[in-house]
Design a protein around this ligand. Structure first.
Ligand SMILES: [Zn+2]
Length: 247
């Protein structure tokens, strides 16, 4: 099927990201016909969804429950003083929509359960998993495996962030890496710069995958240790006996 043509106004909007070393026009058209799910849209998912929306991903679905509280504002770039004490999803969705009239934003005001996660996964071409806890991350991984769509898992702690770019059935899945949820502290420390950096890199990988540009970090985990200023990348091994993607 031919990709939808970009209008003159859209070509003008994306002018700086179409050309040698960036996207082709065909790649930009592929973005337009793509859909992405981002959950949640806090420190990492916020900048990730912003870059997807501004970059021209045709439909961006965000999911995040709860209200914005003061300690969120050291990193949640979709928030503002004005939104404090209010539910995030509708406001963040409206803000994303205001950034690009050429895309559609859908905001879900809660974190999806198992069934909803699978239903959402079947409606999109990629999942950007940005929750703080392993239970949700592993749920999104199961949904990605069930629907057969790529999953980009973003995680953060302190000044360190990790990014895993996974393709069910072809690379390791998140459960191959974490067979059971590791111990997790609800209120861990985090500095805004690392949240935004990892969220933006997640969006970059998604744009590459959806548009067919460059070399995605398939099956790899990238770690940026901001405290020590070190970057490393490891290839993740697939576990043949993984209950999620094995067999
Ligand atoms: Zn697996």
């Amino acid at each position: 099927m031919d990709e939808p043509q970009l209008t003159t106004k859209e070509l003008e909007r994306y002018d700086r990201q179409i050309g040698p070393g960036v996207l082709s026009i065909k790649g930009q058209e592929r973005l337009k016909q793509s859909a992405a799910l981002v959950t949640r849209v806090g420190g990492m998912g916020g900048p990730a969804s912003l870059m997807l929306a501004m970059g021209g991903v045709g439909r961006v679905i965000i999911a995040h429950g709860g209200e914005l509280i003061s300690p969120d504002l050291n990193r949640q770039v979709l928030g503002s003083e004005r939104v404090l004490g209010k539910p995030r999803a509708p406001d963040f969705g409206a803000y994303l929509q205001s950034m690009n009239r050429f895309v559609e934003i859908e905001a879900i005001d809660h974190e999806p359960d198992d069934l909803e996660a699978i239903a959402l996964a079947r409606r999109v071409d990629i999942i950007l998993s940005c929750p703080p806890g392993f239970e949700e991350r592993l749920r999104l991984n199961r949904a990605a495996v069930a629907a057969g769509v790529p999953l980009i898992d973003a995680a953060q702690w302190g000044m360190t962030g990790t990014l895993a770019v996974l393709d069910p059935g072809r690379t390791a899945c998140l459960e191959c890496v974490y067979p059971s949820p590791p111990p997790f502290e609800e209120l861990f420390p985090v500095v805004g710069g690392i949240s935004s950096a990892i969220g933006s890199l997640a969006a970059l990988e998604a744009v590459k995958i959806l548009s067919g540009t460059g070399k995605p970090l398939w099956g790899k985990m990238l770690t940026y240790d901001g405290h020590q200023g070190r970057v490393s990348t490891v290839q993740l091994a697939r576990r043949p006996d993984c209950p999620c993607c094995g067999g």
